[in-house]
Design a protein around this ligand. Structure first.
Ligand code: PMP
Ligand code: GLU
Length: 396
């Protein structure tokens, strides 16, 4: 009855685990969710005020498809301020969240069987979006030992004549890696040599705790000309529900994406766009406050995880995820059966510790689990002690 493309579509695993935790809570089960990547902070009041003003002033109609000029100008201002990038508003497209931005990009770029290189571990939606459009995601492994930095030699080796683009996500979901300048330079060289588009997902830019976030587009005009920068208001301004993401890139690609958007959603919500103008162009002090708090939690989470025998967690330098290696638990028995995969470990933790985590296999690594620490500290501490008690109770 349904289209063939649905036969291989995996619904978002991160959202699925969150839904499961919510459903368990609705049944009265006390579940701690380390699943979805969503700031627990409230949207700043100044942003909400801007939305209220927009409502009062009747900003409730269709807007320009690529976004109101004020928001595209605010995006240009942000890219100049934070990334040293010069874009014209005609080179900017506002969409319904960065997830929508990415989908627009893939629709505009991919022919059937075109390949997209995706460094692995990867965020769940890249391969699924590519597959939905008849493209082929090609995972390019990264190593825990190198802090999950992209390996340019492996990237180069994965390029075939069908390769069209590479997705670069720094700071990274799920590993928390922040790609070093040398990594970005090497990736850019491969892209230029092999004529690849660079899709630079910088959604976690604001959440960089060590090192410095660098937009690959800032490495020079030759790189910028083949890069599409993707960002969002979701993380830095705790605006996940408002659904405002954006892209900046070469005008031909932006126009193509805007044409696609004109037939699919048209403009993102008018009120949310006015709120986003305030988020991007207004004072940025709440961002620093939020980052300070995430940084504190990051240290506590990593320390707590590394105290648990059988769990080993490298220190993430960005985003709000820890990506501990749990493979030392494989073979340990729970309810008479050995744990054999990240899904087994996640299922065990949900049942035995009432803690929801996302199995690493969903991100391309079956030896890890993902823990989102975008949750208040007392809950994090309680979750960690539950994890520790459950793991210590495992039979060998
Ligand atoms: N990119 C990455 C790496 C993400 O983790 C997410 C999830 N929030 C997005 C893009 C999309 O974010 P949004 O659609 O909320 O802007
Ligand atoms: N990106 C977040 C996550 O990975 C939000 C959920 C989603 O859109 O996948 O958990």
């Amino acid at each position: 009855m349904l289209a063939d493309r649905l036969k291989t579509l995996a619904p978002s695993a991160t959202l699925a685990v969150q839904a499961k935790a919510r459903a368990m809570r609705a049944q009265g089960i006390d579940v701690i969710s380390f699943s979805v990547g969503e700031p627990d902070f409230d949207t700043p009041e100044r942003v909400k005020d801007a939305a209220r003003r927009a409502l009062t002033e009747g900003m409730t109609k269709y807007t320009e498809v690529p976004g109101i000029p004020e928001l595209r100008a605010a995006v240009c201002q942000k890219l100049r301020r934070d990334n040293g990038l010069d874009y014209d508003p005609a080179e900017v497209l506002i969409s319904c969240g960065a997830k929508h931005t990415l989908y627009n990009i893939f629709v505009a770029l991919l022919n059937p069987a075109d390949e997209v290189l995706v460094p692995s571990p990867y965020w769940v939606s890249y391969p699924e979006q590519v597959k939905l459009l008849g493209g082929v995601p090609v995972a390019v492994a990264t190593d825990e030992e190198s802090g999950f930095q992209v390996d340019p030699a492996r990237l180069r080796a994965a390029v075939t004549p069908r390769a069209k683009a590479v997705v670069l996500n720094t700071p990274n979901n799920p590993t928390g890696a922040v790609f070093a300048a040398e990594t970005l330079e090497a990736v850019a060289r491969v892209a230029v040599e092999r004529n690849l588009w660079i899709i630079s997902d910088e959604c976690y830019e604001a959440l960089t705790y060590e090192g410095r976030h660098i937009s690959i587009a800032s490495l020079g005009p030759e790189v910028k000309a083949r890069t599409i920068v993707v960002n969002t208001c979701s993380k830095a301004y705790a605006m996940t529900g408002w659904r405002i993401g954006y892209a900046a890139g070469p005008p031909a690609l932006i126009t193509a994406m805007s044409d696609v958007q004109s037939q699919v959603t048209a403009n993102p919500t008018s009120i949310a766009q006015w709120a986003a103008v305030e988020a991007l162009a207004g004072p940025q002090d709440e961002v620093a406050k939020m980052v300070g708090e995430f940084d504190r939690r990051r240290r506590i989470v990593v320390e707590g995880l590394n105290r648990i025998p059988g769990i080993r967690c490298a220190v993430p330098t960005g985003a709000f995820y820890a990506f501990p290696n749990v493979s030392a638990l494989f073979g340990r028995r729970w309810q008479g059966r050995p744990l054999e995969s990240s899904s087994d470990v996640a299922a065990f933790l949900l049942e035995a510790a009432r803690v929801a985590v996302v199995p690493g296999v969903e991100f391309g690594s079956d030896r890890h689990i993902r823990i989102s620490y975008a949750t208040e500290l007392p809950t994090i501490k309680e979750g960690l002690s539950r994890l520790e008690a459950a793991v210590r109770s495992l039979a060998s």
